[in-house]
Design a binder for this molecule. Structure first.
Ligand SMILES: *Cc1c(COP(=O)(O)O)cnc(C)c1O
Length: 381
């Protein structure tokens, strides 16, 4: 692994940091299912870094090291899910802390936060991610401990300026954490823009094959808060299994190829469908019409991601009919896999959802883009 920092992130991902097993010569790590690790007669660990698998299984090493490199982080940690990673951050805060989060964000986390913060004594304040001044108005000098953002954010793909958010957070004495699931380290590196923590649902693009639930955090510094997060995972035990961690390191080898293909296809679909008469609007940060486009152009590297939403003329019934006519897109929740998915978010989230009932969320995969476009065109006709 020596010298790997000089290599491009694509190379580091493809080779899992030039992995070669020192005992077998294998170029793919093995799956280590052992839960405990032997000690010598003086009770010293034979291999010092591994003691018990709840927090230090060697099965996590490859995926954690690759993510640390891709995010340019001081350290990275796998969790059992994206939610477990996010929950660990909020559970590491103390009662009385003021936290700020966007009103439009991954709904599972928003639901959990509104329930949890009250009971935990955290003061939660939500801001409108589409309004560039809203965040500044929500942060409280000396009171806010954590600013949580998601960019681009589900399911409108609002873009938040990470560097500006980091400046605002730090000026008030707060940390900035970024849910970068939709952007991936291929397209955005929040820590380089001043964020303190990055969170991923590794279930999505990092693994990319719809067969692992996992999450991750990466940190700019091994500071006191990171130590607390490490203890939180060690004690709470929200870790993936060995096999899931192994699948994740395999999935991450093709991360750049998958994300770049999905981004290129999503941009083409967004551009070609934007004038379609059956559509109210196409929400995609790569379109000049998108309110976050200028920030996205500065902040995102070489693409705008594989996620877009369509607002269908005619409301909920029309949107459901479009989804039902699709033959290539699969109707399912989740995102970031190699297969394209279409989803009526309002049906999933229910009547309290802030998502417009005419919105269809698309996760673009790596299929031939012409097949995807043809499918959408016949469904919209
Ligand atoms: C899916 C998702 C999560 C939650 O991750 P899980 O792995 O399902 O727990 C969090 N944030 C975003 C943006 C997501 O898409």
């Amino acid at each position: 692994m020596a010298g790997s920092n000089k290599l491009k992130p694509e190379t580091c991902a493809a080779q899992a940091l030039h992995f070669v097993d020192p005992t077998t010569g294998a170029i793919v790590p093995g799956i280590q299912p052992s839960t405990t690790f032997a000690r010598d007669q003086d009770y010293r660990l034979i291999v010092p870094s591994h003691s018990y698998a709840r927090d230090e299984s060697p099965s996590f090493d490859a995926a954690e090291a690759v993510l640390q490199r891709l995010e340019n982080a001081a350290d990275a940690m796998l969790f059992s899910s994206g939610m477990a990673a996010a929950v660990a951050v909020f559970q590491s805060l103390a009662p009385g802390d003021h936290v700020v989060a966007p009103r439009v964000m991954y709904w599972g986390l928003r639901n959990w936060l509104t329930d949890f913060c009250g009971r935990w004594g955290l003061e939660l304040e939500l801001f409108d991610p589409g309004d560039p001044r809203a965040l500044a108005g929500t942060i409280r000098q000396g009171r806010t401990r954590l600013v949580w953002i998601e960019t681009p954010s589900n399911p409108t793909w609002d873009v938040i300026d990470i560097a500006a958010a980091a400046e605002l957070a730090h000026a008030a004495g707060a940390m900035l954490a970024v849910d970068s699931t939709a952007a991936t380290p291929v397209l955005t590196r929040p820590l380089e823009l001043g964020a303190d923590l990055v969170m991923h649902s590794a279930t999505k693009y990092l693994n990319g094959h719809g067969d692992v639930v996992a999450g991750a955090l990466a940190t700019a510094q091994r500071d006191e808060f990171w130590e607390r997060l490490c203890r939180q995972r060690h004690d709470g035990g929200a870790i993936p299994g060995s096999f899931e961690a192994w699948l994740l390191q395999r999935g991450m080898r093709t991360l750049f190829l998958r994300v770049r293909q999905a981004s290129a296809s999503a941009l083409r679909i967004a551009q070609e469908l934007e004038p379609h008469p059956a559509l109210e609007s196409v929400l995609y940060p790569g379109l000049e019409s998108h309110p976050g486009h200028a920030i996205a152009r500065r902040q995102m590297l070489g693409g705008y991601g594989g996620m877009l939403s369509l607002r269908i003329r005619g409301g909920r019934e029309a949107a459901l009919a479009v989804a039902n006519r699709c033959r290539v897109f699969i109707r399912a929740t989740s995102l970031g896999g190699v297969e394209s998915l279409i989803e009526h978010r309002f049906s999933i989230e229910g009547p309290t959802s802030p998502v417009p009932p005419d919105l269809l969320r698309l996760s673009i995969g790596v299929e031939a883009v012409d097949d995807l476009l043809d499918d959408l065109r016949q469904a919209l006709a």
